[in-house]
Write a new protein. Structure first.
Length: 251
């Protein structure tokens, strides 16, 4: 059995991990990683800083996909997290403190938040015999740690940033991940939270692509966009892939 994507069928769904299946760039996570003993960070300030940082990260990853810049790697990911911390703090921090915060973000020891729509969505896909996997630029250790902390099976992590060969959002990485799920890429969907380097990159690789926009960061994307996994099947069935952002976000 499968689920539908427009007039086609989907046999497998690949998910991005952070901010899709596992809350990652949250006020709570940054509070714990940087100032677990206080003072409290302003929620609105953190959200604004994270949104700015993620837009820049999305464009940087997309530049790697299109060849305008080298592909991003784990070092680039750590730089992105350090840049986000700078945005949140509003001033540079000592290198040792920054490194410690980044390390705690990638392997949180405090409570990990959960999205209430994740387990029900995965259960629905399981009942439809739709295969599920995670393709993430995070390192395998971080990815397994995060899924374990929120009660998901570590076995769903099938593509990570430290595996041999290209990592997502590289075209070959999407194709390889689909093959590991035993599904043609044309019958595999990818769900990500960044427009260019998740959704457009997956679409460029031949996968169906959906945007999970939990925080209304991409309001001008009119199709293939959802705010919760509760509407996963309906958004898939509606098809097609998300339309491009307006010219100010042009490729």
């Amino acid at each position: 059995m499968s689920t539908s994507y427009g007039d086609s069928a989907i046999d497998a769904v690949l998910f991005d991990l952070d901010d899709v299946l596992v809350p990652f760039h949250t006020s709570y996570a940054w509070q714990w990683a940087w100032r677990p003993q206080g003072p409290l960070l302003g929620v609105r300030r953190v959200r604004s800083a994270v949104r700015r940082s993620l837009k820049l990260w999305d464009r940087r990853r997309w530049a790697g996909v299109t060849g305008r810049l080298p592909a991003t790697d784990l070092a680039a990911l750590r730089e992105h997290l350090a840049a986000t911390l700078f945005e949140i703090a509003g001033h540079p921090l000592p290198a040792e403190e920054t490194e410690a915060v980044v390390r705690r973000m990638l392997r949180p020891m405090g409570d990990v938040e959960r999205y209430p729509d994740v387990l029900p969505a995965l259960e629905r896909l399981k009942r439809l015999d739709v295969r599920v996997g995670v393709a993430t630029p995070l390192a395998l250790e971080s990815a397994r740690w995060l899924v374990h902390r929120v009660g998901l099976p570590e076995s769903i992590v099938i593509a990570t940033g430290d595996a041999p060969g290209p990592a997502v959002p590289d075209r070959a990485a999407f194709v390889t991940a689909a093959e590991r799920l035993g599904a043609p890429r044309t019958r595999t969907a990818f769900v990500g939270d960044l427009f260019w380097s998740d959704v457009r990159a997956a679409h460029r690789a031949g996968l169906a692509a959906l945007l999970l926009d939990r925080h209304d960061a991409w309001p001008r994307v009119l199709s293939g966009r959802m705010s919760t996994l509760e509407s996963l099947e309906a958004t898939l069935a509606a098809g097609p892939a998300p339309a491009a952002e307006p010219p100010d976000e042009a490729e």
